[in-house]
Design a protein around this ligand. Sequence first.
Ligand code: FAD
Length: 541
Amino acid sequence: MADLRFDAREVTNQSPPYEDVDLYGSDAALIQAVKANGAGGEGKALSAFGRHWGRAAMFAQAKFANENPPRLDGNEVEFHPAYHAFMAESVAAGLHVMTWKADGARAAAPAEVARAARFYMVAQVENGHMCPITMTRAAVAVLAADPALLASLMPKIASRSYDRSFQPWRDKSGMTLGMGLTEKQGGTDVRANTTRAVPAGEGYRITGHKWFMSAPMCDAFLVLAQAPGGLTCFFMPRFEPDGSVNGLNFQRLKDKLGNRSNASSEVEFADAFALRVGDEGKGIRSILEMVQLTRLDCAISSAGMMRMALAQALHHARHRTVFQKKLSQQPMMVSVLADMALEAEAALALTMRLARAFDGAAANPAEAAYARLLTPAVKFWVCKRAPPFVYEAMECLGGNGYVEDSTLPRLYREAPVNAIWEGSGNVMCLDVLRVLAREGDVARGMIEGLGGEAKDLPGAEGAAVSICKALAGAQAESHARLAVEQLALLAAAAALRKSAPPAVVEAFARTRLAGPRGATYGAALIDSHEAAALLDRALPG
Ligand SMILES: Cc1cc2nc3c(=O)[nH]c(=O)nc-3n(C[C@H](O)[C@H](O)[C@H](O)COP(=O)(O)OP(=O)(O)OC[C@H]3O[C@@H](n4cnc5c(N)ncnc54)[C@H](O)[C@@H]3O)c2cc1C
């Protein structure tokens, strides 16, 4: 008689976990973008970094850090040990400081690209802890306005030792910095800030609140407040000069959609001690360079999340059989994945190209102009593309993609924040318009130059003309989203030209700049042979 028993424990046709991977060596687009943007010499170090961060243990730690969010305990925040472990890793790797020299001056090229490549790999594993890492590195740009203060802080900021202890920064082996700009009544509109600063003794006393202040266990914060001379930037340490705890009173931690390993607080300042950074009334100017750097990081981080989502989807498709064939051999799934591979590579190429502009800005006015015009455009496009991208990757895994065991739900919750903080989408487009208003000829020359770099590619020259027209027209603000999106696509085509094989560049331009395409991934005309090559490039089989 036949044995009719059924063993439900037997697991078949499920993909193995995507772990113990080499995040650098398995990413041909990253290797080539790093080389194309001047950091080819970093290859060996990046390879070691990619293997280290791609270990199964790292993915497991990321899960712990996000499943066990921080808790407010009095005026201190308690984090899960996994969060501290990530902080220690990223600080030891210098991600919070490697673009600065020991004295706080800019490090030589290709420091930005070398860091961007690492940051992109870290973003594939754990995102929450990257918030204080980003803020610490960007804060140095603001502190440069006060050379004496910067000189006293740099030995602690430049330290590769993560010191989680709660004590004055002078007594610690290393420090991190946060920022408090956003208030209840005004985030984007910081001019509406009501927090007040009154000169007192060697510094100021600050009274007011911040509606969002992330990573509240940082050792100090750059804070905007209204001084007698207007909106001003301040350095506010967690401890007073006499060693007592400073007047930062945390009200609660936000209950956020994602970004759960990171703490974001509401805080009141009660006569808190702070030092002025830069002149009174120059607060907005002080923070401008800082937000350019954090915006670059938002884009890199979103590109990294897209990469992880793509890798998970592709890995699954290569293991899962449906209708007697692997998903990776089903023509429509191949179209979806290939279209996603194009988008992910473009996001990467664009962010690495932008990082190179930061590397070159001090010595080359054209690179500085590129950074001014393209930072908001790249932040806008890449960060906006990440959430629907992660969603599509989730669907590639079918039901498994919706379950926490795959990392897709966490990535899906994490993805929108990069588009919101550090200037939301519309604000980025307004920033592009501002650059055009201030330096129209240079910016228009830059856009035409991008059209020239992408010359011969389908749709490129027409795109350059229509971007300039739209951004200069009477309806510029109303039409800005379309024009800025096109600007990012044109810049991506130009960036890909330097780092990707001609077939990838052509397919990107044909499906993005020349159309036609639909609203979903896979709704573009990519032939099957072309798609197969894109998938081979995206992840070794
Ligand atoms: C998880 C998290 C952590 C954060 N951490 C920090 C932190 O550590 N420090 C800090 O200072 N802030 C922090 N923020 C705040 C964040 O930077 C702001 O929320 C963000 O900049 C948007 O500002 P807002 O919330 O005031 O929105 P608003 O300024 O009210 O904007 C709302 C919407 O209106 C749009 N908009 C604004 N102006 C215009 C316009 N003129 N035309 C058309 N549209 C417009 C915006 O694009 C946005 O979509 C954090 C936010 C989040 C979600």
